[in-house]
Design a protein around this ligand. Sequence first.
Ligand code: ATP
Length: 307
Amino acid sequence: LLLAYDPARRLARLQISLERAAVNARMIYEILDMVPAQGDRADARPLEVKGGEIEFRDVRFTYHEGEVVLDGVSFVAEAGKTTAIVGPSGAGKSTLISLVPRFYDPSSGTVLIDGTDIADVTKQSLRSALAYVSQQPWLFEGSIADNIRYGRPDATDAEVQEAARMAQAHDFILAQPRGYDTPLGENGANLSGGQRQRVSIARALVRNAPILLLDEATSSLDNESEAAVQKALDTAMTGRTVLVIAHRLSTIAKADRIIVMQDGRIVESGTHGELTKSDDGLYARLQRLNKEADSAGDPPDTSAPAA
Ligand code: ATP
């Protein structure tokens, strides 16, 4: 009987079924460890993470020949700091982030972590340095504890609960019929949107990875959920290198650096203060669109197409 509840076994079974399934690219982000680590070089070595600095050096990328999606992208996301990526839809933000776990490799140029070309390290060591929180949390039909532990299968119950506390999820979990053992419906159907996001943040936190990749949600939550999710994210971001596809002005304004993308290129970068000094830059225009959308009652979204 005990074996039937062994979470590692259940996760292993799940891993096999998901590897067989065709999973869409956005979903894959959240299941970093499930992507088969093919393509390691024969001499690949484990990544040694010091601070977790991420550098893109003249990165070009195409999905299909002739359609350049990233065109000479260079920037440094400093260790322990938050770098926000903003820009209109289709600018290449998600593609840029997907190169960090090596879901794709650059067509040319280099991505480095702490000065090491990530093409030279094992994918397993690379991915264990990363945690990902997506717009649409991916939850599976297991208990809440299993869903959190998915971030690190050998986490103890105490570690799972500590992560849930930090993610503002512990109290609502205890209020569920069976607490941490409460089974989740398909994709967490029995939780609210904000609760699903907090379970997903707890999963990232239990991983305790030095680098956090974050695709900020655009959907609006009620104020109370919004505040709890924000607090959970603030905790998750503290002390980590964060690369965030940012939609909320509050996240963007707090970022140490903002990178503005358009048509696969970085067109501006700087702090919120620096970028709002000039009125005619893309960032300033996106902010104006944002404010208009805001006063029209729509959720803030800097990915709105630039006029
Ligand atoms: P959004 O804010 O809408 O998510 P984005 O800035 O994240 O957009 P990407 O999703 O990176 O932009 O897309 C950049 C370009 O690459 C788009 O033209 C898109 O159609 C294309 N693209 C994205 N993913 C793929 C894929 N898997 N195969 C082929 N083309 C893709």
